[in-house]
Design a protein around this ligand. Structure first.
Ligand code: DMJ
Length: 622
């Protein structure tokens, strides 16, 4: 039918026409019926044609998918396209059948066979991605995960220890539950004002308490909470921030927390996140000496040092507290850069002259020269010494350089900094250009645990001597608690002006839920089983419950000598990571996170010993 013949029907019905070709009404009606039947048929054909949805979208919606198909796929006018559709349908059918067969096959397999299949698949994917090269965290090499021993414990047989351990778990529930309720996603909790708290140590990275608490949740078998934390991390933990962070704090809390969570649970998300963050920290090492900056902008990769640090220096306890985490990052990522960076720090240190064999707290990353000659086993120095010892232990005692550096440094500390008060309390003073300041920080109290941990390997028959030193430091630190009104330790205490183990300056009287004293009790208990360490730990628990517990969590206090607590309104993330974990372990049996398999980073995150005979399997610890 010529198109022209249809034209009258496009006219409105009441339009008058004198044309001889005009139709009668019945004819018009019949033609209208035929025409509408034709239209319906055409329209219906659109729906009944194969793959009609694509066709419709091509007609009615100008989608990019359709556009792509028309550009790269077969032309719809191509006579072969019907055959293509059939082939597609046949392929879908075949895939379905294959999947069904595989599922049936899998159901008939034993669990160990299924596990092996999964491992093989993973291996295949890993090999493929390795072939593509690069350090993309999404293409991490395959790592065979072995659950390390003692990740969770069992109920202690001793009924008192059992009850006390249960009490510590209750404390964790209160601390975690309050954080979850009032500050979920913030870095820390303000337990009095019941809101989030953000410290500028982490820039705009969020969730410090979540990451720091992960392994404590795990070892206490709080799995519902652990899963909620994992979920938050998967969805929200973001390191792509334009913010300046403390390299040290982010490493010990975030990298350390993620690594531990990986080793305890085997969840890949933790390995991925740890490596991703580790890679973001690498630009901090771009200095003439390779001694890293203290602060780093994670987006720009620009670093700098604390403005208050002597002569633009980096800080010993900061650049010296990366070793454990970075060795594990290299093992888990296959990227040797991490290990090389921290080994280079040692090279720089070993080339330098050390005054009296001591390590000053300040080192300029540009010149490679010491800043002010200030030496401390507390703030600014502490965990550098800890990591020398633990690097040796974590290497399955193969890192002879770390071992030598540790025992040499400890000897210099004993000779130059360790003193006894007139009533016989051993303390570790601070050294400023050859002069002693008879002050010991709460932070320094970790040294009791460290010296006990290293005593066994001490050269020249010094094991007994070092155990005595460790016990004496534990006693001194206990005295610093016992001599206060609240039975909680001050930030720093002095041995001068007629006082012993007492803070004399107002700005040294606060307690911020720090772990170091309890950490030392835990190590001393493991090595001696002297019940006094559990008693001292229990005293601390009672004081925490009485003076730090508030409705919305746990808070630090401003003055431990005041008869009633003045709360500082901060629940530090290390309270969950360290203080509560060390308390829990103090009342656990020794096979829970056993020392011959695990080494704690300075934030109490357990990392497995890397066995020398199995270095090809990064997390193999047995
Ligand atoms: C923690 O973040 C770590 O233990 C660090 O090494 C020193 N200070 C705090 C806890 O007091």
């Amino acid at each position: 039918m010529p198109v022209a013949t249809l034209l009258p029907f496009t006219a409105t019905p009441n339009r008058k026409s004198a044309s001889p070709t005009s139709f009668r009404l019945t004819e018009k009606f019949i033609l209208l019926l035929v025409f509408s039947a034709f239209i319906t048929l055409c329209f219906g054909a659109i729906f009944f044609l194969p793959d009609s949805s694509k066709l419709l979208s091509g007609v009615f919606f100008h989608s990019s998918a359709v556009e792509t198909n028309t550009r790269t796929g077969p032309d719809s006018s191509d006579p072969g396209s019907a055959g293509n559709d059939e082939r597609v349908l046949a392929k879908i059918k075949k895939d379905h059948e294959k999947a069904l067969l595989e599922a049936k096959d899998t159901l008939q397999k034993r669990p160990d066979e299924i596990k092996q299949d999964i491992l093989n698949d993973k291996d295949k994917v890993a090999k493929e991605s390795l072939g593509q090269g690069g350090n993309d965290v999404n293409k991490l090499p395959f790592v065979e995960y072995h659950r390390p021993p003692g990740a969770t414990g069992h109920e202690p047989e001793d009924p008192e220890a059992k009850d006390r351990r249960a009490k510590i778990k209750e404390m964790m529930k209160h601390a975690w539950g309050s954080y979850r309720r009032y500050a979920w996603g913030s870095n820390e909790l303000r337990p009095v004002s019941k809101q989030g708290h953000s410290s500028n140590l982490f820039g705009s990275i969020k969730g410090a308490t979540i990451v720091d608490a992960l392994d404590t949740l795990y070892i206490m078998e709080m799995f519902e909470e652990f899963d909620a934390a994992t979920d938050w991390i998967e969805k929200n933990l973001d390191f792509n921030v334009n913010a300046e962070v403390s390299v040290f704090e982010v490493n010990i809390r975030f990298v350390g927390g993620l690594l531990s969570a990986y080793y305890l649970s085997g969840k890949e998300v933790y390995r991925r996140k740890a490596v991703e963050l580790g890679e973001k920290l690498l630009p901090a090492f771009k200095t003439p000496t390779g001694i890293p900056w203290a602060l780093l902008n994670l987006k720009s990769g620009i670093g700098r040092n604390w403005p208050w640090a002597s002569g633009g220096s980096s800080i010993l306890a900061e650049y010296g507290t990366l070793h454990l985490e970075f060795m594990h990052l290299s093992k888990l990522s296959g990227n040797p850069d991490f290990a090389q960076k921290v080994m280079n720090i040692r090279k720089v240190l070993n080339r330098l002259d050390k005054p009296q064999g001591l390590y000053p707290n300040y080192l300029n990353p540009n010149s490679g020269q010491w800043g002010q000659h200030h030496v401390s086993v507390g703030g600014l120095g502490d965990s550098f010494y800890e990591y020398l010892l633990k690097a040796w232990l974590m290497s399955d005692k193969t890192d002879e350089e770390g071992k030598k550096m540790y025992y040499d440094a400890l000897q210099a500390i004993e000779t130059n900094l360790m003193r006894k008060s007139s009533s016989g309390l051993t303390y570790i003073a601070e050294w400023k250009g050859g002069l002693l300041e008879h002050k010991m920080g709460h932070l320094t109290c970790f040294a009791g645990g460290m010296i006990a941990l290293g005593a066994d390997g001490a050269p020249g028959d010094k094991t007994g001597h070092q155990m005595e030193q460790a016990a004496e430091i534990a006693r001194t630190c206990h005295e610093s608690y016992a001599r206060t009104a609240l039975k909680l330790g001050p930030e720093a205490f002095r041995f001068d002006g007629g006082v012993e183990a007492i803070a004399t300056r107002q700005n040294e009287k606060y307690f911020i839920l720090r772990p170091e004293v309890i950490e030392t009790y835990m190590y001393m208990w493991r090595f001696t089983h002297d019940p006094k360490y559990r008693e001292w730990g229990w005293e601390a628990v009672q004081a925490l419950e009485q003076h730090c517990k508030v409705e919305g969590g746990y808070s630090g206090v401003r003055d431990v000598y005041a008869s009633t607590p003045n709360h500082d309104d901060v629940q530090q993330s290390f309270y969950l990571a360290e203080t509560l974990k060390y308390l829990y372990l103090l009342f656990s049996d020794d096979d829970h996170l056993p020392f011959d398999h695990w080494v704690f980073n300075t934030e109490a995150h357990p990392l497995p010993v890397i066995r020398k005979e199995k270095t090809d399997i990064p997390n193999e610890v047995e």
